[in-house]
Every structure is written in C-alpha cells, then in structure tokens.
Design a protein around this ligand. Structure first.
Ligand code: IMP
Ligand code: MG
Length: 181
C-alpha cells in the first residue's frame, strides 16, 4: 500500500468499486426524482465523502444541508441513545429529501432522524446509505438506496472512523480486532 496508514488493514471495497457503485446509485436516484428538485441531507461527519461523490453522480437541481447526531462514543460500541448535535439550517417542508448516511447499523440514528424529518412534512423522504449491516438492526428501518450490504464487521475509511481516525482513507477497510495503538 502507498501509505503507512494502511499498515495491517484489509481493503473491503476499493476506491474504484466505491466509485462504480456510487455512480449507479446516482443514476438510479436521478431516474427516481424525475426532474424534481432535491435536498440532500448529510449525516455528519461520516457521510461527508459519500455525499460529495453521490451529489456529483446525481443529475438533479440539488441543495445540501447537514445534521450531526451522537450515539457512538469513542470506540466501536453504541451508547444506545441518539442526540441531535446540529440541526438543519433550512426548512424541508414540501421538499424532496434524500438523507445520506455512511452506514446503517442498528438503525437507531436513521429511525430517530426519519421521525424528526417526517414531522416537518417533506414532500418525499428517501434514505441513501453506502453500507448496510442488516444483521445488527435494532430498529426496523430500511434504506431506499444501499451501496453494499456487509456482514457484522467494523469498517473504516471513506468517511468512517474509529475514534475519529481513518476517515480520509480513500478505500473502505476492515478494522482489525483489538484496540490499535
Ligand atoms: P446506527 O445508529 O447504529 O445505525 O449507527 C449509525 C452510525 O454508527 C453510523 O452513521 C456510523 O457513524 C456509526 N457506525 C456504525 N457501524 C460502523 C462501522 O462499522 N464503522 C464506523 N462507524 C460505524
Ligand atoms: Mg455516521
């Protein structure tokens, strides 16, 4: 690998595989929106690279907004409760909304956000997640667009972190078992 940040990491999805899948998702979303405008809502921070790439694969008049939630502590385990740390800047009433997430895991975050957004009466509400771990689900929720379904692995890169590290890896890698240094 080119950089030492990759030492000991197994690549699960390469940047090329990600780019190909994101392009397909963008084409699908473009077809589904049928020329209507879109508000893309990124869930900070993990979804930022995915939103940046997906938005450029969507041929639609789109605007961006961002929310931030907390549910995970510093490590790999969820604390359970979801809290809104940063709210939307603009109203989504009457708008076509696409929530953009890096990974759908227990479903707690997206269930919480979906409930919050539905209360604001958007015209439509869709969810796009790059990764889905269906076996980990606690809250019943499905995304409308899923990049890749994966087994119960902890992954890093392309926005996803372990204790805030590794977000800038261009590929999605598997976090090795045990605490790294
Ligand atoms: P959920 O609320 O359990 O569905 O978790 C959603 C959030 O947990 C995601 O947006 C990620 O930030 C984080 N998360 C879940 N699984 C992973 C993982 O394998 N790697 C990095 N972050 C993860
Ligand atoms: Mg996230």
């Amino acid at each position: 690998m080119a950089t030492t940040i990759y030492q000991g990491l197994e690549v699960l999805f390469s940047r090329q595989q990600i780019a190909e899948r994101v392009a397909e998702m963008g084409a699908q979303i473009t077809r589904d929106l049928n020329g209507e405008k879109l508000v893309m809502i990124g869930v900070l921070k993990g979804a930022a690279p995915f939103l940046a790439d997906l938005s450029r694969a969507i041929q639609i008049d789109a605007t961006f907004d961002f929310v931030a939630t907390s549910s995970y502590g510093k490590g790999q385990r969820s604390s359970g409760a979801v809290k809104l740390i940063k709210d939307l800047d603009h109203s989504i009433e009457g708008k076509n909304v696409l929530v953009v997430e890096d990974i759908l895991d227990t479903g707690l975050t997206l269930s919480y956000l979906r409930k919050l957004f539905v209360q604001q009466h958007p015209k439509s509400l869709r969810i796009a997640t790059l990764l889905d771990k269906p076996s980990r689900r606690i809250e019943k929720i499905d995304a409308d667009y899923v990049g890749f379904s994966i087994p119960n692995l902890f992954v890093i890169g392309y926005g996803m972190d372990y204790a805030e590290r590794y977000r800038n890896l261009p590929d999605i890698c598997v976090m090795p078992a045990g605490e790294p240094e």
